[in-house]
Ligand binder design. Sequence first.
Ligand code: 5GP
Ligand code: ZN
Length: 143
Amino acid sequence: MPDPDCIFCKIVAGELPAELVDEDERTVAFMDISPATRGHALVVPRRHARDLLEIEPDELAATLLAAQRVARRAHERLRADGVNLINSCGRAAWQTVYHFHVHVIPRYAGDPLKLPWVPAPGDEQQIAAAAAELRSAAAPRPC
Ligand code: 5GP
Ligand code: ZN
């Protein structure tokens, strides 16, 4: 069901302009309006889903397959040296548009992008405790 306030639903419907680069039955890919690097694209499911936690598995699979197609094209046609796929789920994770999307960000040797964290060895006990919680069959978190 399209969300009447969702800009990506409007792009999918052709009601807002966008530079489309790929589309199939389930997905549309278009250029990001504020590109991080040359060729930065967004891949979205045609069907509205808020985020990674809500999207249906087959829609997610189709969107990731489309992201792979766009990544391959960035590699072949833009001569990208690498690609980052990024998904932000929730405000704390920087999501700003609440229609699931995958950023396909072509990377070029020496480009200015940086990892958003500084890798450093973590506390082994804390890592193990988090792992135990992830493995546990605890009751679902209330909404
Ligand atoms: P998020 O912050 O949710 O991970 O990503 C949203 C992305 O959508 C941002 O990179 C932003 O530049 C892009 N964006 C926001 N509004 C528009 C728009 O109207 N058209 C296009 N093509 N991209 C948009
Ligand atoms: Zn939408």
